[in-house]
Design a protein around this ligand. Structure first.
Ligand SMILES: N[C@@H](CCC(=O)N[C@@H](CS)C(=O)NCC(=O)O)C(=O)O
Length: 213
């Protein structure tokens, strides 16, 4: 059985869990957070970050590396498109999500959810507003430009790009920041299509149960 070290509310951990669930791979979660790393965690995750996984073949860290391993080990429902250009574009958008989309969703989620609900502190709302007004428009604008009127980020099947972008859109939404359909109509419609898939619906239901919502 695959062990996922990390909490599913972390966007990187959720990305890996979505891939496991898309492929029907059984897993258990060891709920390590950045604040409660067990001693010796660096042996599993040398950079000390979540997620990391362990199974009968590997101990691996980094969500993108883990997703690539999972896809090669469990090739059914591949998370990478077939064509070279499409595949490369999916990997690029995954990287964009893991750097830029987390760069806006991360601080918003941290301030409004982690800091208030998990650390018992006040949110730095000025920081949130600055991210929303100065940084988010560029990122959501870029995503909006990548999208068509149907399907997902690359074609009609879910790819690694959708898992990486979607997991961040989920956290922004949990923190009260939805996609403004008047400014980014394609992104808003895409988010609705993505969140309506059985995979995303089930995952968000599990998040809600965990958050006691
Ligand atoms: N590139 C890594 C990033 C993972 C990451 O930054 N995880 C955060 C939690 S969302 C973390 O563990 N932060 C703790 C730390 O940096 O010490 C991945 O894709 O897995």
């Amino acid at each position: 059985m695959t062990i996922v070290h990390g909490v599913p509310l972390s966007p990187f951990v959720r990305k890996v869990i979505l891939v496991l669930e898309a492929k029907g791979v059984e897993y258990t979660v060891n709920p390590v957070t950045p604040m409660n790393k067990p001693e010796g965690f660096e042996k599993i995750s040398p950079l000390g970050k979540i997620p990391a996984i362990e199974d009968d073949m590997v101990t691996l860290a980094d969500s993108s590396v883990i997703c690539e391993y999972l896809d090669q080990r469990y090739p059914e429902n591949s998370i990478y498109p077939e064509g070279l250009v499409e595949r490369t574009q999916a990997r690029w958008l995954e990287e964009y999500a893991d750097t830029a989309v987390i760069g806006v969703a991360g601080p918003i989620f941290f301030e409004r959810i982690v800091r208030t609900k998990m650390m018992g502190q006040e949110a730095d709302e000025a920081r949130v507003q600055k991210v929303i007004s100065e940084e988010l428009p560029k990122v959501y604008g870029y995503l909006n430009e990548q999208l068509g009127d149907t399907g997902f980020l690359i074609g009609d099947n879910l790819t690694t790009a959708d898992f990486a972008v979607g997991t961040n859109l989920i956290n922004a939404m949990y923190a009260g920041v939805d996609v403004d359909a008047t400014r980014w109509p394609k992104l808003a419609a895409y988010k609705d299509r993505l969140f309506a898939t059985e995979l995303f619906r089930n995952r968000m239901a599990k998040d809600k149960a965990m958050m006691g919502a």
